[in-house]
Each structure stands twice: as C-alpha cells, then as structure tokens.
Design a binder for this molecule. Structure first.
Ligand SMILES: N[C@@H](CCC[C@H](N)C(=O)O)C(=O)O
Length: 325
C-alpha cells in the first residue's frame, strides 16, 4: 500500500503524520501498530517518536490517533496535536477548530508567534486529574503529590497526574539524563504499580514562570520534548513551586521552547500549550501487506520554515547553556 505522509515536529518531538481524510486507508489495528514500529525505527525506518493518524470525526474537524514508536497507542499527545492542528488549520483555512482525541474533543487555534517567523499553535490540555486511579497508579491514597516512589528513586519525590495520559513529575536541582532514563525504565517495568506505564519527567525551575523539562516517554524513551509532560510539569511547578496561574510559563526543552498557561477550570485545571508545529518534509512510503518492509519515495523539504525554527532552537540552546543544564 502507498502511504503519503508529512514528517513534522513540535519542539523536536518528531512524528510521521498520515492524513487519512485526504488519502483514506483501510488499516486494521494490528497494521497501525506494525506500521508504527516499522516506520518509527531510528535505525532501519524513517525514524520518529510516533505516528499521528488524522481521521474524519463526527464531533470535530478531525480526529487524532497517536501511536508511540513501540506501537502502543497513547490517550493524548500535546506536541503531536499542535502538528495536527497546523495541518488541519492549513487545510481548512480557519484559525480556530476542534480536534477529537481519544478522551476529549479539544480546541486548537493559531495564535501569536512564540518566536519571530515560527507559526504557533495553541492546544487545550484536558481533562486533568490528580486521582491515582486516572493514570492508573495502584496506591491507596487519594492523591500522590510530592511523594516518594521508592520503586523509581530513593532520593526523589514525584507528583502523579493524568492529562489525560499518565505522568509522574519530579522537581530537581539538576537534570541527570542517565538518572531520568533509569527511573523511566523502572517505572515502565512495574505493571503492579503502573499497569499502563507512565511518562516520567524531571523539571528544573530556572526562574519564576520559566522551567526546563526533560521526559522519559512511555513507549519511546528519552525524547527532545513531550508536550503533555511540559504541561503537567508547568502545573506541578505552579502548585509546588514559584509559577503562577494565568501567566505564560516558558518551558525550555532540548528541542526548543513552548509556553504553557495554567488555567483554573471548575474545581480543577486546564492548560493551554503553545508552540510550533513545523513540517520538515513530505514524502510517500510503499509498505508491504505484512507491514514488515517499506520503500521510501522522494522527499520534498520545507526549507524556509525549518530555517526559521533553527533560529528558535539556537536561542533556546543559548538560554539553556547559560544556565548550564
Ligand atoms: N510526546 C507526546 C506524548 C506521546 C505519548 C506518550 N509517550 C504516552 O504514551 O503517553 C506529547 O507531546 O505529549
């Protein structure tokens, strides 16, 4: 089968976007998992953190299904949703639309540039819950806020929340990637505590309303950035730290930066995640029916927007270097 796709990224968290509205495909669930594993492979595939399947929806302008590079499906993907928002906003010529995700229909829009020349998209991150059962995390307490999880680390505290995919967040003085990888691997190997796995993030507070976040993603490993993790980390560092509700929090990451605005909603919270949705190139693959082999066709690069994004990345790296993170 022939599959046209766009290689895109949000903060260097990269995806293969497959538009099934424009090019209908009749993939079964096994083929979706197998194609994700085949194409996301960094050594023998195209290489990406996941696949974004864009499908028709009865409740919104489109529906997003997100598969991690290991073939598992996630409830939500913040950086991916910005890429899908950009794709559908371009296709429909509208500035504000809604996208259906696994657990909610979410508002997305094109907003003021986060950095000169970088088209910027805002996506709603909700529903949010601190109930351990929502991750799920098998503990008796009603919440797990700033608590020790000895299975992950003997010297850190974590806060557990779903946004609505599962996260645990630890505020640290220094981000040690090796330590994060070990904690992430442990967290995803104890189904008795986290039956569906969990994304693990370390957050360094750089200033009031400015943080650096790195994440070990369930189904992927260490990534440049994770949108839902940066949203969860913004909320946790507002509750436990110096950040403020209603004020854009600058979230630095290895792939650039985003803004997160934590808002009060009813008895709880919602977050607005704002950042790039950059197309790298478009191409096509021909995949065999067993989804074990593929052939990639010519690539057409989007040079201009990538050059503009590189400037944002250089700026973000200089900020992070000066803090010696
Ligand atoms: N990188 C994504 C989240 C992708 C899903 C995650 N790995 C999970 O399994 O929950 C983001 O930008 O939010």
């Amino acid at each position: 089968m022939e599959i046209p796709f766009i290689k895109c990224h949000g903060s260097g968290n990269d995806f293969i976007l497959i538009d099934e509205i424009k090019n209908p495909l009749s993939l079964n669930e096994k083929q979706r998992r197998d194609i994700s594993r085949l194409l996301c492979d960094r050594e023998n595939g195209i290489g990406s953190d996941g696949i974004l399947f864009v499908q028709p929806s009865d409740n919104a302008e489109a529906r997003m299904r997100m598969f991690n590079s290991d073939g598992t499906e996630a409830e939500m993907c913040g950086n991916g949703l910005r890429c899908v928002a950009r794709h559908m906003i371009d296709a429909l010529g509208e500035k504000e639309i809604a996208i259906e995700t696994k657990e909610a229909v979410l508002d997305v829009s094109q907003v003021k540039e986060i950095f000169p020349g970088v088209d910027t998209f805002a996506v709603a991150i909700e529903p949010i819950s601190f109930a351990p059962s929502s991750l799920p995390m098998n503990v008796k307490d009603k919440e797990a806020i700033d608590v020790s999880i000895p299975e992950l680390s003997t010297n850190r505290t974590f806060t557990a929340l779903s946004v609505p995919n599962p996260h645990v967040v630890s505020i640290v003085d220094h981000i040690d990637q090796r330590e994060l990888k070990i904690a992430g691997q442990k967290a995803n190997a104890i189904p008795e505590l986290f039956p569906r796995g969990v994304n693990v993030s370390f957050v360094k507070v750089m200033d009031t309303n400015k943080i650096f976040v790195q994440t070990y993603e369930r189904g992927v490993g260490l990534t440049n950035a994770c949108g839902t993790a940066m949203s969860a980390s913004s909320l946790v560092s507002t509750i436990l730290g110096p950040n403020e509700v209603g004020v854009p929090i600058v979230v630095m990451n290895k792939g650039g930066l985003v803004n997160c605005v934590v808002e009060k909603k009813d008895e709880g919270f919602r977050i607005q995640l704002r950042g790039n949705g950059t197309n790298v190139y478009e191409s096509k693959v021909t995949v065999n029916s067993e989804c074990t082999e593929f052939e990639q066709h010519d690539k057409h690069f989007f040079t201009d927007e990538n050059e503009k994004y590189e400037k944002l990345k250089e700026y973000a790296s200089s900020q992070v270097r000066s803090e010696s993170i």
